[in-house]
Design a protein around this ligand. Structure first.
Ligand code: HAM
Length: 422
């Protein structure tokens, strides 16, 4: 019996992998402009990396894949990139050599969510983190980067939404206000929210069960509780964004789903007709306690991550022509099997010269080979016929113009390189 893929996962098939490769290349090219270096961390971490006592989001508590290894160590498949990056930053003491570490990462993450279009149990993110300092220019730089990225890959219908949660003190007074606000409504909210009221009332705001409850809709917003320092900080972030002429909107209700944020938070939302419910392409914000919680010094950071499936869906929805699949330069066809060894040597030569070349390996007759060559959209056909071979020649056909020329076997490479202007 055939076995299907795990629920909420998907396969990238040979005819679509070029889209992923093109997106990854764009990511690397653009992030390079911002002097970011790649970091690669494991997809599994000790559970403590994510299950910290301050991280009370549903995502970490309810949606992580947790398991014991054979030595009964508690491990978790990463549900996001930031915590693992910070774990590595601390473990490798990257703070010693660099005042500010600017890194990016690309890779799969795992969340046990209800799958739907744009939401999977294994999904790819690319993300960036700038770790080591707190500075409004850096917060702005991250938002500018997210905005610039979206523009450069060609997406138009996109909104950048920004908010501030303020510093620790502002957060505490906001939490207190939320507690008082929700207390009279608590019997109407779900059991999880009842627990959240004391532990972390902010998480009531993104409760999936009570999302439509009037009390959540009318809840106070973080902005009302920012102290003067936090207000000034946020104002300065916006001044940098204005200076760079970035379009954004302030979203007073934006709090983000993870618990490590303070000060600036932001999301990039697709505003494309018919795009569907999963329209948040990416999000991020500043974190001030994550480095110290994971055993490092008292340093802050800021970053964001984009869901790559959602980026590809948005590019498709907007019909952005951002990637071309590479097609074959040459397909070698033989009139009979005796000429196959010659075909092998020609193929090898062409590849050494940097051409994308192929032939048939399944014993097809001449017609079958021709069909295969045309289906593969090869730019040229190199046809080895019996009579021509006796004269040391092949026929080379341009599949677009249909012009066919005879070429000496030792000259095939030169001929094709000139034609292809390689
Ligand atoms: P997040 O908002 O949880 O943030 O995820 C970022 C993006 O990942 C989302 O906007 C969405 O596009 C994508 N995403 C999340 N879950 C799924 C899913 N189940 N299926 C498909 N795509 C998904 C973070 O992960 C933070 N680590 C971002 C960050 C970096 N904050 C600071 N630095």
């Amino acid at each position: 019996m055939a076995i299907n893929k795990v629920k909420g996962t998907y396969d990238v098939l040979p005819n679509e992998s070029y889209l992923w490769q093109a997106l990854e290349q764009k990511i690397r090219d653009i992030l390079g402009l911002y002097n970011m270096k790649e970091m690669r961390t494991p997809i599994m971490e000790y559970s403590d990396v994510f299950h910290r006592h301050t991280e009370l989001s549903d995502m970490v508590i309810k949606e992580t894949y947790n398991f014991d290894d054979r030595s009964e160590r508690k491990l978790t498949l990463r549900p996001e990139g930031t915590a693992g990056i910070i774990r590595s930053y601390v473990e490798n003491k990257l703070y010693v050599s660099q005042e500010l570490e600017k890194v990016y990462y690309i890779g799969p993450n795992f969340r046990y969510e209800r799958p739907q279009k744009g939401r999977y149990r294994q999904f790819y993110q690319f993300g960036v983190e700038a770790i080591g300092t707190i500075n409004p220019a850096l917060d702005a730089e991250m938002i500018i980067l997210a905005y610039d990225f979206i523009k450069r890959i060609g997406l138009k219908g996109v909104r950048v939404r920004i908010n501030s949660l303020g510093d620790e003190a502002s957060r505490v007074s906001y939490q207190e206000a939320l507690r008082n606000y929700f207390l009279p409504h608590i019997d109407e909210l779900c059991d999880d929210c009842k627990l959240r009221l004391n532990k972390n009332p902010l998480r009531i705001l993104d409760c999936k069960v009570d999302q439509k409850h009037q009390a959540i809709k009318n809840a106070p917003t973080p902005q009302d509780f920012l102290n003067i320092e936090s207000r000034i900080y946020f104002k300065q972030v916006l001044e940098h964004l204005n200076a760079a002429k970035i379009s954004y909107e302030i979203a007073p209700k934006l709090v983000r789903g993870l618990d490590y944020y303070s000060h600036t938070v932001f999301e990039i939302e697709a505003d494309i007709e018919g795009f569907g419910a999963q329209n948040v392409l990416g999000g991020g914000g500043r974190y001030q306690n994550l480095v110290s919680e994971l055993g490092g010094p008292d340093l802050g950071g800021i970053g964001f991550a984009f869901g790559m499936e959602r980026l590809l869906l948005a590019l498709e929805a907007e019909n952005v022509d951002f990637a071309q699949e590479k097609t074959l330069d040459a397909f070698v066809i033989v009139i009979n099997d005796e000429l196959k060894t010659t075909a092998t040597s020609i193929l090898y030569e062409l590849r050494l010269a940097g051409l994308i070349a192929d032939m048939n390996f399944t014993q097809k007759g001449f017609k079958g080979q021709l069909k295969q060559a045309l289906r593969s959209n090869s730019k040229y056909l190199v046809i080895l016929g019996e009579d021509e071979y006796q004269k040391g020649l092949v026929a080379i056909k341009d599949t677009k113009t249909e012009i066919q020329e005879e070429v000496l076997i030792p000259k095939i490479k030169k001929y094709l390189l000139e034609k292809l202007e390689k």
